[in-house]
Design a protein around this ligand. Structure first.
Ligand code: URA
Length: 211
């Protein structure tokens, strides 16, 4: 299978907001708000090609065939905990979406993703699932999240992150060549601790003020 596509979303609003988030003195409140705002903008991009169907509606003037999104409700699948940072922004655009929570933490010694929680709608097989995690670093969490969703029947998965490292993209493409990726930027590399350089630090800690 050929490598999954990587869509770098270069919209000036996203790039500007991302630069604000990278600044080390950005407040927890500011960081969280910006992540939600970018989530909303990335949601707009990742849903750009959703299929439409014509449905008869009645305007105050007449009936018409109007386009509406076809199929079952979207599912948003944030990887806990940093993925939650995108959620409100995405739900602001798609309020009827279902939400699947995927609990993974990164073992600090091995950097491997360890599952501790999973709760999702039953019928994933005929839904578009948007898997989300702000930082695609080693790729371990994203790969594990995608594997979990596939094991539970998901067939149409898209992955959204804020920042990606080349190493994470390569790993994700190796394991999930069928899943397209949307990101606001691809940074230089990972450091020895698995952090993205220049990056923005630990997204979860910065979002929740836990450092
Ligand atoms: N997770 C983060 O929050 N930041 C990184 O740079 C890498 C992984």
């Amino acid at each position: 299978m050929s490598a999954s596509s990587v869509n770098v979303v270069t919209h000036p609003l996203i790039q500007h907001k991302l630069s604000l988030m990278r600044e080390k003195d950005r407040s927890t409140k500011g960081f969280r708000e910006l992540l939600n705002e970018i989530g909303m903008l990335l949601c707009y991009e990742v849903t750009r090609d959703l299929p439409l169907e014509l449905v008869e509606i009645e305007t105050p003037i007449s009936t018409m065939q109007a386009p509406k999104i076809a199929g079952k409700k979207l599912t948003f699948a944030p990887i806990l905990r940093a993925g939650v940072g995108f959620l409100d922004g995405m739900l602001a655009l798609v309020p009827s979406a279902r939400v699947a929570h995927i609990g993974l933490y990164r073992d600090p010694a091995t950097l491997q993703a360890v599952e501790y929680y999973y709760k999702a709608p039953q019928d994933l097989s005929d839904r578009t699932v948007i898997l989300m995690d702000p930082m695609l670093a080693t790729g371990n969490s994203a790969c594990a999240g995608a594997s979990l969703l596939k094991a539970r029947g998901a067939r149409d998965i898209r992955f959204v992150c804020l920042l990606a490292a080349p190493e994470g993209i390569a790993q994700f493409q190796l394991e999930h060549a069928d899943i397209p990726v949307w990101t606001a930027a691809v940074d230089e590399r990972l450091n020895d601790h698995g952090y993205i350089v220049p990056g923005l630090g630990d997204a979860g800690d910065r979002m929740f003020g836990t450092k």
